[in-house]
Design a protein around this ligand. Structure first.
Ligand SMILES: [Cu+2]
Length: 374
């Protein structure tokens, strides 16, 4: 009986197998095809040699990166050549809303939490300017996980209040990466809001979608209990014990609900660039009422999985999820470590407008007299 390997199945290489083994082989092939569905590209990559990347692209011209506030992201890159991208980031310390009647002094990249989304193309030369506002109380820096180089740029970018640092790097690896402050005490800087994401688009770009959103999960550790009013101070002991008071999307309870809900229409394709800043917890990211058609696990450049309900995102890591929207209504974003969603703030919403599609879902009757299903 010949050995049947996954790559045979996914490549559909003709197999010479005995007639008596056909039934078993058929079953194996079927399961291997299902397991390997959509993994051909990743399987091919996993078999390739580890590259020593060289900077070979000619840099043509330069541009200043357009920076927009979350949950928006800059538009997809359409150029087919490498350029110099100048990124201007300013660290600003400011008191912001953490929840209703709860404030917190955030340390931010660009004046919001999460920090400004950076979008470049594989092969680009990035010139990063990090300013630290004159009224800051602390030095700050930046470690971008997209950087090949010492500390992700941390030491080169250590910046005192009122000063500016500049360093350059070539975006060698495509993917979605977290960036964060790496100034001591690092956990405190991160717990105070100093994180964001950088997308290095592969040279061929990402598949076209209709909507792209930027969502980042993180924890806050406050002296007061969840919901306690007033300006809250950072609690280092809670941080060390990994017992957050708040776990939120985009820097505050309610940042993506109500008037701030994300919007989409039936028939559109949605992509979420999802990051987990931690500082401590991994995220079990789920969208109630939807299924991820594609998941780029851990923010890699290949869609490695399809038809996923919940994807695991490490602290300091990311995932790209894509799905078509087939039914109107509200989709709910959660960390499915579910106490966090109901008791600590990890709730977001995508409001989907459009014509009803009862073939996809229809409520026939509910078991509560007088109550209508959706
Ligand atoms: Cu900092």
């Amino acid at each position: 009986m010949p050995t049947i390997r996954l790559q045979n199945a996914t490549r559909r290489t003709p197999l010479r197998i005995a007639t008596t083994a056909l039934l078993a082989a058929g079953a194996l092939l079927a399961s291997a095809t299902i397991a390997g569905c959509g993994r051909n590209a990743s399987a091919a990559e996993s078999r390739s040699e580890v590259p020593i990347r060289k900077v070979t692209d000619e840099i043509r011209g330069e541009e200043v990166a357009k920076l927009v506030a979350p949950p928006a992201v800059p538009a997809p890159i359409t150029r087919d050549y490498a350029t110099k991208v100048i990124v201007n980031l300013e660290v600003v310390e400011k008191t912001m809303r953490l929840a209703d009647s709860v404030e917190y002094t955030m340390w931010t990249f660009g004046g919001q939490v999460p920090g400004t989304f950076i979008r470049v193309r594989e092969g680009d030369l990035v010139e990063l300017h990090l300013k630290n506002a004159a009224n800051s109380t602390m030095p700050h820096n930046i470690d971008l996980h997209a950087v090949t180089g010492p500390g992700g740029g941390a030491k080169s970018s250590l910046t005192l209040p009122g000063h500016e640092s500049v360093f350059t790097f070539t975006a060698l690896n495509p993917g979605l990466y977290v960036y964060h402050c790496a100034t001591s005490p690092v956990p405190m800087h991160m717990a105070n809001g100093m994180y964001g994401m950088i997308l290095v688009e592969p040279k061929g770009g990402l598949p076209k979608v209709d909507r792209e959103f930027y969502v980042m999960q993180s924890e806050f550790y406050t002296k007061g209990k969840y919901g306690e009013h007033g300006l809250q101070a950072f609690d280092m002991d809670k941080g060390i014990d990994e017992k957050p008071t708040y776990v939120v999307f985009n820097g505050a309870v309610g940042a993506l609900t109500g008037d701030h809900a994300l919007q989409a229409n039936v028939g559109e394709r949605v992509r979420i660039f999802f990051g987990d800043a931690g500082p401590n917890l991994v995220s079990s990211f789920h969208v109630i009422g939807e299924i991820f058609d594609n998941v780029y696990q851990e923010g890699g450049s290949v869609a490695t999985q399809h038809n996923v309900g919940t994807t695991l995102v490490p602290a300091g890591g990311s995932a790209i999820v894509e799905f078509g929207v087939e039914k109107p209504g509200d989709l709910i974003l959660v960390d499915h470590a579910i106490f966090r969603a109901f008791n600590k703030g990890t709730l977001g919403m995508i409001h989907v407008s459009g014509e009803d599609n009862p073939k996809v879902f229809a409520s026939v009757k509910t078991g509560v007299p007088g109550m209508k299903g959706e």
